[in-house]
Design a protein around this ligand. Structure first.
Ligand code: PEP
Ligand code: MG
Length: 761
């Protein structure tokens, strides 16, 4: 790696000498305050400056002066600044250095009389970073007006890294004060966070890739450290290659693509150069990797672009893996020692990493980072894993083996729960287990109403397909395979072979039951790295799904090719999302027909039967229903989008998403009209939106004439229980009469009906 040697000798020497002295001070058995006092004196001297001070974060987000050489000693532990207050507070808030020749004229300067700092003109301060935040500030001041050199700044940052380890190791800072800690007893904690994926789970905690404790921070042999780094990088590259070849994540294309991105990062010169620079300034290889990692994490906090964040998260993951290699721990060994069931605690987690654990054993997930629109949320819901995110400090507060309860329905996490909470949760869990057992016992019974109406139940899937779920007797097929989900994080558009592998696997697992493949539905709330999206004021109504497909026909052609090749001679069903007009369907159908012709000309096998359909999720199509029914083989109502457009209420905005109840006569009458039109035209109609997952709403849908429902696996049991306890004729009479007379939500009436007639909703 010759490119990694571009470091000035001057910087090496000054930094190495200072770090060697710092190491000597740190290794003494003196009281920590004495050592801090010695350190500030040492740093001031080495920086040719009159002042050096260390501020550390204390409860209440206050930065307290812990040690100083040059300012009044009486100010120690008495000068305190809020984050954002003064130059020190500004450095902590921005997590960036400040280098000023005339500090007192800086708008953020605040004069603290007790320090006696009025005579100092120049000021350089760097954040002391740990766990993606500033836990303190290291400041050097001088009487003369000067700008400290880049080299001096770099040296200070390296010193700050060493101070960070000292401060955290000696418990001098209070990082956990930032976590939203609702109640606390001596052992137990209740933490509030964001609801990411529903459900309730209790199990022992496993920390995702726990951070390796670095015992040696400073080295006086940079060449030896550099050699260790090069060896660890080689081992890491080999490990990533191995992962690619023997991926536990199955053959799904996106995961391979993610690993390819990882491989690319192991050759990233910018990143490796930064680590080398830190080694040359006197850190051990581990400390250097950690220093660069902390700087990365801080950068990530400030970035809102999801693609860039994703890339930085990948790089963060690679850094952690590199630390494992440097310390001689096999990163994959962590997985083999996992308990049979556990709650995973992570700072952040990529989709690939979640899948790497094998979804059977993860009962719940607690994240420090993440939002309800994140990829991990979509995937966790499909895997039926409750998730709570936004718990800052979770990886510090929760230890391996702690009992953890994840309540995804209420966004709460209980750590080492008290007896009364434990008992309450156990009762809930028992109730849920009883329900699941009851659903399990019904598995071979048909989804048929009490008055003999057979309803078709199908699965909504997109990531994992458990062969057992689809082979169940009460499941007729896959009503919605969201093809975009396996590729949400793919950096490049998935090629034909990669897609073909995914679709073939679905065919294999479906065991002959029908599958509806929905073409890529990206854009809107599903931004993907492989398509450059323009900035949109209103992405839900923007360039998404079939609109992209029509403008970029090559993408759709590739997908058709992959689907046709995967189907071989088996039946093929394809559904197009977000169709607003018949013209759009005609356009995509023409593309499909061309692709079929190409395949036929090449002598490739053709599917036994092809059925093309559309999602009914844009209101305009309802007004072209007659025309579209003449063209398609089936229709599926997507209520998630249809309702957001009907009520002009953004489905991703919690404030408005549930403001309008779809269980109201106007909507039910419309659905009835749609089912009647489809029946008359002999076109199969199904319903695949979230509305069908709730038994009460599903009951109303049956009354409206819907006979095919498509649901995530976890909803099959509850909806079937409703169907088997329902007298549809009785419900129809009642609901029809309500629809004639009422002009508001009839939810309450439906609940009362269900209660009076023992319908399981
Ligand atoms: C819908 O809109 O109801 C639907 C099923 O599709 P998605 O949630 O993927 O937009
Ligand atoms: Mg939709």
């Amino acid at each position: 790696m010759p490119e990694l040697h571009a470091v000035t000798k001057q910087r090496e020497r000054s930094s190495l000498a200072l770090l060697a002295e710092i190491r000597d001070v740190m290794s003494t058995a003196e009281d920590v305050q004495v050592r801090l006092n010695q350190l500030v004196a040492l740093i001031a001297g080495r920086m040719d400056s009159e002042v050096c001070s260390i501020y550390l974060l204390q409860p209440g987000r206050i930065l307290e002066l812990f040690a100083t050489a040059g300012l009044k000693q009486s100010a120690i532990h008495s000068t305190r600044l809020a984050i954002g207050q003064g130059l020190v507070g500004e450095i902590a808030a921005s997590a960036k250095p400040l280098n000023l020749a005339d500090a007192q004229n800086h708008p953020k300067f605040v004069y603290r009389e007790e320090t006696g700092e009025e005579s100092f003109q120049s000021f350089v301060g760097v954040p002391i970073l740990s766990h993606h935040q500033a836990i303190g500030v290291l400041v050097v001041q001088s009487e003369s007006a000067k700008i400290y050199s880049e080299e001096q700044l770099e040296v200070l940052q390296t010193v700050a890294m060493v101070l960070s380890e000292l401060a955290v190791g000696q418990h001098l800072v209070d990082r956990f004060a930032l976590a939203e800690d609702k109640t606390e007893t001596s052992h137990s904690k209740a933490l509030g966070g964001l609801k990411i994926s529903p459900g309730l789970a209790k199990a022992e905690a496993v920390l995702h890739r726990p951070e390796i404790e670095i015992t040696q921070l400073v080295s006086d042999d940079p060449d030896a450290e550099e050699k260790r780094l090069v060896e660890a990088i080689d081992a890491l590259r080999e490990h990533v290659d191995e992962l690619i070849e023997t991926s536990e994540m199955g053959s799904e294309g996106a995961h391979a693509d993610i690993l390819e991105t990882y491989r690319m990062f192991t050759y990233d010169r910018g990143w490796l150069n930064k680590i080398m620079l830190a080694i040359q300034s006197g850190l051990t290889a581990e400390a250097a990797v950690k220093k660069v990692l902390e700087e990365l994490r801080v950068r990530m906090e400030k970035i809102s672009n999801p693609h860039i964040r994703q890339r930085i998260e990948d790089l963060e993951d690679i850094s952690t893996r590199l630390l494992y290699h440097l310390s001689g721990v096999d990163p994959s060994s962590a997985h083999s020692e996992l308990p049979d069931s556990f709650v995973l605690i992570a700072r952040a987690l990529g989709p690939a990493e979640l899948l790497e654990y094998g979804h059977c054993r993860i009962k719940g997930l607690v994240l420090e980072k993440g939002s309800s629109a994140s990829h991990i949320a979509i995937i966790a819901k499909m895997m039926d894993i409750p998730v709570v995110a936004g718990i800052s400090g979770a990886t510090d507060i929760i230890s391996k083996g702690d009992t953890v309860i994840v309540d995804g329905d209420h966004g709460e996490v209980f750590v080492r729960p008290t007896d009364d909470i434990d008992q309450e949760i156990n009762e809930h869990l028992m109730l849920r287990a009883k329900q699941s057992a009851a659903y399990e016992a019904m598995r071979d019974l048909p989804p048929e109403t009490r008055d003999g109406v057979r309803v078709s139940l199908n699965l909504n899937i997109g990531i994992h397909l458990d062969g057992q779920q689809v082979s169940a007797n009460d499941v007729d097929g896959i009503g919605l395979f969201r093809t975009e989900l396996p590729y949400l994080t793919s950096p490049i558009f998935p090629d034909v072979d990669s897609q073909k592998r995914v679709y073939k696997e679905i065919y294999d697992k479906a065991g002959g039951k029908p599958i509806i493949f929905r073409t890529f539905d990206v854009g809107g709330d599903k931004e993907v790295p492989y398509i450059q999206m323009p900035h949109e004021e209103n992405p839900a109504m923007g360039w998404r799904a079939t609109r992209i497909a029509i403008d970029r026909p090559l993408l759709l052609k590739r997908q058709f090719r992959a689907l046709l090749e995967a189907a071989e001679k088996k039946p093929l069903r394809i559904m197009f999302p977000m169709i607003a007009t018949v013209g759009e369907f005609d356009a995509v159908k023409a593309l499909f027909d061309t692709e079929m012709e190409v395949l036929a000309k090449q002598g490739m096998p053709l599917p036994q039967e092809v059925r093309l359909g559309v999602m009914l999720e844009i209101p305009s199509l309802i007004f072209e229903l007659d025309a579209i029914l003449k063209r398609v083989d089936f229709i599926s109502i997507g209520s998630n989008d249809l309702m957001q457009f009907m009520f002009a209420a953004d489905r991703g905005n919690e404030q408005v998403a549930s403001r309008y109840d779809p269980v109201r006569p106007s909507i039910l009458r419309l659905l009835r009209q749609i089912t009647a039109q489809c029946d008359a035209a002999g076109v199969e109609l199904s319903f695949c939106g979230d509305m069908a997952t709730r038994p009460l709403e599903a009951m109303a849908l049956l009354v409206c004439g819907v006979r095919h429902l498509s649901l995530p696996p976890a909803s099959i049991g509850p909806v079937k229980a409703m169907i088997r306890s329902l007298d549809l004729e009785q419900a129809t009479k009642y609901i029809d009469s309500l629809c004639e007379t009422m002009d508001r939500s009839i939810r309450q009436n439906l609940k009362e009906f269900a209660q009076d007639h023992q319908v399981a909703v």
